[in-house]
Design a protein around this ligand. Sequence first.
Ligand SMILES: C[S@@+](CC[C@H](N)C(=O)[O-])C[C@H]1O[C@@H](n2cnc3c(N)ncnc32)[C@H](O)[C@@H]1O
Length: 258
Amino acid sequence: MSTHPVRQSFNRAASVYEASARLQQQVADQLIQDMHAALPSNFTGHILDAGCGTGYCLHQLQRTYPDATLLGVDFAEAMLEQYSSASDALAINGDLEHLPLANASIDLYMSSLAWQWCHVGHALDEAMRVLKPGAHLWLTTLVDGTFHEMASAFRSAELSPAAHLLAMPQETTVRDAFQQSGMPLITARCQPVTTWHADFNTLRHSIRGVGANRLPSAQQAPLDRAARSRLIEAYEALRSPRGLPLTYNVLTIHAQHN
Ligand SMILES: C[S@@+](CC[C@H](N)C(=O)[O-])C[C@H]1O[C@@H](n2cnc3c(N)ncnc32)[C@H](O)[C@@H]1O
């Protein structure tokens, strides 16, 4: 697991992650708010935060569900090291596609912005394996349309977006995976969230700061100076009075295990 490029990227980003993760925190806050509307504060079961990173959601969950037993799993150990817990939540180094948890041991599975790095079918199979029958899953993940401005700038600069950007699944692929599983959807909502940046470096930094700058496999070809200049020029053509746009297409899912 140590050579996994996504894992290495998150390990490198760990120390600056929280400062760069405003969008991630906004998405996580909304997810926990949605959960809370359906699940009262006196919930006492086992809650798993899958892809817990530095533990932002674990802290929010601790406040929202003080009587629940909290578990976090993440495969980037440097992200877990940033999680300084005043609580008794257990943060475990492990892979979402091979969870180090027993069958039917979890009462609620939540995950915020981690599944886009995973094979949806594998992550879903594992979620279903560890969830108790009748238990709920709450999830946010990124789908196609994410970073569409960057993809368009790459194309305008005659560069291949596929060589530099993570391929996100189609929204329908994720929905279909749930509908064909033993965990049909209760709700699914797709919402683009656009962040604005003063310049290209700040924008790239916002992606790098959350470890989201690597393809899951193969070596990423570095851009030479001329290609980078063309890319910046193409991105500048997208500037509006608010700055340079970067859109995340966020899919929020609520499902229940049969
Ligand atoms: C963008 S961060 C989100 C962290 C946290 N959920 C939050 O909202 O702040 C994505 C996290 O998913 C983790 N991750 C990605 N793929 C994973 C996998 N296959 N198994 C475990 N963790 C994974 C990364 O290490 C990273 O910490």
